[in-house]
Design a protein. Structure first.
Length: 348
């Protein structure tokens, strides 16, 4: 499971017909059909829970028990963000316009720029774990390849050197990073619906801060924000990291067809319905990357079909439990940063 360059010789020869055959099997099972009933229930229950949390927040008032509410909203922000992810992949509605409208709404609720995220995530899906083209491998404070570790200097060199130990603490900043990236994208005009996204982000900031500082005293309000944003960041990072971190990376020199590029760089997380809920369907990373517009609820049904197809064609299919996944991620980060630690060790 450690991250190494992909060796195409270790797998059967790439064939463009392989994916076409798999796609026909999936379509024949009806797994690409929209699931309007599922999403109607999913969205309704998620928003009702969100509103219920808001009512409880106001009713509880200025109390340190609000830190529990902050943890609840960290979960709810992640769940709403998962719905935005589904909308971005056209999983909810038939048309792109309807999905985009939903995506902008979900992004506004959690204070993320939907347009910024769409651009970044689209590049990731086109080049998963590509050492130069996958934006998810371009995180300044971390190094995901030996090449990246050699490019670090100053403070980021220190964080990269100790990145395995710092990984989860750094995720406490992920929520703020998502907000800031969206604000930058809107400010610099890097997205299409700039005016709409500016209104949504400003409305989110105004409503969020007004609610927190009107209901809570300043010390409790600051603690609420810290707990909420920190835990949301950890939740988001822990949801996205298992899918690719610690899996093989590749460059332009590696010749891969679409099927193998998506499968060999992805990892599934084994588990039951609670894992499906907790990770927003991202635990079926392989199936999701092969069929991004497949409704989330159908991924579980597609998984045995895809795994059997991979076994028949001699393609590695990575899957493990949730805790073991994080162990692989941390081990990979530790291995990649080894040269930095060796360089700082005094010679005897």
């Amino acid at each position: 499971m450690s991250s190494v360059n992909i060796d195409t010789d270790a797998h059967s020869a790439p064939s463009r017909t392989d994916f076409s055959h798999l796609a026909r099997l999936v379509k024949r099972e009806g797994l690409m059909d929209r699931r309007y009933g599922y999403y109607a229930v999913k969205v309704t229950l998620t928003l009702l829970a969100f509103v219920g949390g808001a009512v409880a927040f106001v009713a509880l008032g200025d109390s340190w028990w609000q830190l529990a509410t902050a943890a609840f909203f960290a979960v709810m922000f992640a769940q709403v963000a998962f719905l935005g992810h589904d909308a971005g992949h056209n999983q909810i509605f038939r048309t792109g316009r309807a999905n985009d409208r939903a995506g902008y709404a979900f992004g506004g609720i959690v204070g993320m720029s939907y347009g910024w995220w769409m651009g970044k995530h689209t590049r990731h899906h086109a080049n998963p774990n590509h050492e130069d083209d996958d934006p998810d491998l371009d995180i300044p404070l971390l190094a995901f390849t030996r090449g990246q570790s050699g490019e670090k200097s100053g403070f980021v060199r220190w964080t990269s050197k100790h990145q395995a130990a710092l990984f989860f603490p750094l995720l406490l900043l992920e929520g703020l990073s998502l907000h800031w990236a969206g604000i930058q994208a809107v400010w610099q005009g890097e997205i299409k619906a700039r005016r709409l996204e500016a209104v949504l982000l400003l409305a989110h900031i105004a409503i969020y801060l007004t609610a927190v500082f009107v209901v809570l005293s300043p010390p409790v309000a600051l603690a609420f924000i810290a707990v909420h944003q920190g835990l949301w960041g950890v939740y988001m990072g822990c949801s996205f990291a298992p899918g690719h971190k610690g899996m093989p990376t590749y460059t332009d020199e590696t010749k891969l067809d679409f099927l193998r590029k998506q499968i060999l760089t992805s990892r599934n997380v084994r588990g039951g319905p609670w894992v499906d809920f907790a990770l927003g369907g991202l635990n079926y990373q392989i199936e999701h990357h092969l069929f991004p517009s497949m409704p989330r609820i159908n991924l579980r049904r597609a998984q045995p079909l895809v795994r059997r197809f991979c076994a028949d064609h001699g393609i590695d299919y990575a899957q493990c439990g949730l805790l073991r996944t994080y162990r692989y991620v941390l081990q990979h980060l530790h291995d990649v940063s080894a040269p930095l630690r060796a360089a700082s060790t005094p010679a005897r």
